[in-house]
Design a binder for this molecule. Structure first.
Ligand SMILES: [Zn+2]
Length: 269
């Protein structure tokens, strides 16, 4: 038991070193990128080989273009706010997959998938940017690694004292957090706080990328109308509710526009 307590203290001590640059808050995350990203990249590649990736179409090009604009906006924001090099381990990739599911997701390290099923709801490039900003934000804020960390603490609690954190175990925890091999790959619900955080960060970086932040609430209104009360899988958790989300995004839009102005962006598309 003493050993377990020691391990947990060490983990929390290490985790205290990791600060989310977007919120300035310490996060429970004791998985470095070097441990999480290789698993994510391998799973992403496997997913692509097992699904129908759309290439060469106007839609596929749009997904890539929006993704590049948003991740480059994130890089500008991080550099301007004293975090140059924060994204050095990231390997951004944006793929459109032919699947009627209304969904999009992002794995750690910037591996993003949009399903064609979400395009009738995003409707425009700006609508895609709303979803892209949200997904990129999950990756920037290490939400995947935080979920893994929480899962590890649970496991530690479950098998008192017998657990050492090793690479092999990291893979197991990763698989658990991401439901690898199931249709829910990369789509287990994030917590309410992670969703809200991704909405807020996503809104800022879409604005810095030149996309109208006032369109974010409009996208979620369409999502709500489409879902008939049910949110799509990535947004599977019932919280925040669509209404909370729409209210938040409406309230935050002026801040996002002001943030974009700091980067010389005052015209939105
Ligand atoms: Zn999300």
């Amino acid at each position: 038991m003493k050993k377990l307590v020691l391990i947990i203290f060490v983990l929390i001590g290490v985790s205290a070193c990791k600060v989310n640059p977007f919120t300035g808050q310490k996060t429970l995350n004791f998985y470095p990128n070097s441990q999480v990203f290789p698993s994510a990249f391998a799973q992403y590649d496997q997913f692509l080989t097992e699904n129908k990736v759309v290439t060469g179409t106007a839609d596929a090009q749009m997904i890539t273009r929006v993704g590049q604009r948003i991740s480059s906006a994130a890089e500008r924001w991080l550099t301007a706010n004293g975090h140059p090099g924060y994204l050095k381990d990231y390997a951004w990739e944006y793929n459109l997959v032919n699947d009627e599911t209304v969904n999009a997701w992002c794995m750690p390290g910037g591996k993003i998938v949009f399903y064609t099923g979400i395009l009738p709801i995003t409707q425009t490039e700006t609508g895609v940017a709303v979803v892209m900003g949200h997904e990129v934000a999950h990756a920037l804020a290490d939400h995947g690694a935080q979920r893994m960390s929480a899962g590890t603490l649970q496991q530690l609690g479950a098998v008192a004292g017998n657990v050492a954190i090793k690479n092999q175990q990291t893979l197991g925890i990763f698989n658990q957090a991401y439901g690898v091999g199931t249709q829910y790959l990369g789509m287990l619900p994030f917590s309410r706080s992670h969703e809200t955080e991704a909405d807020r960060i996503g809104l800022q970086i879409m604005a810095i990328a030149g996309y109208d932040p006032y369109e974010a609430a409009e996208l979620w209104k369409r999502m709500k109308a489409n879902s008939g009360g049910e949110a799509p899988p990535e947004f599977m958790s019932t919280h925040p509710s669509n209404d909370t989300r729409i209210n938040n995004l409406t309230a935050w839009a002026p801040d996002a526009a002001a943030e974009a102005a700091k980067f010389g962006v005052t015209n939105f598309k």
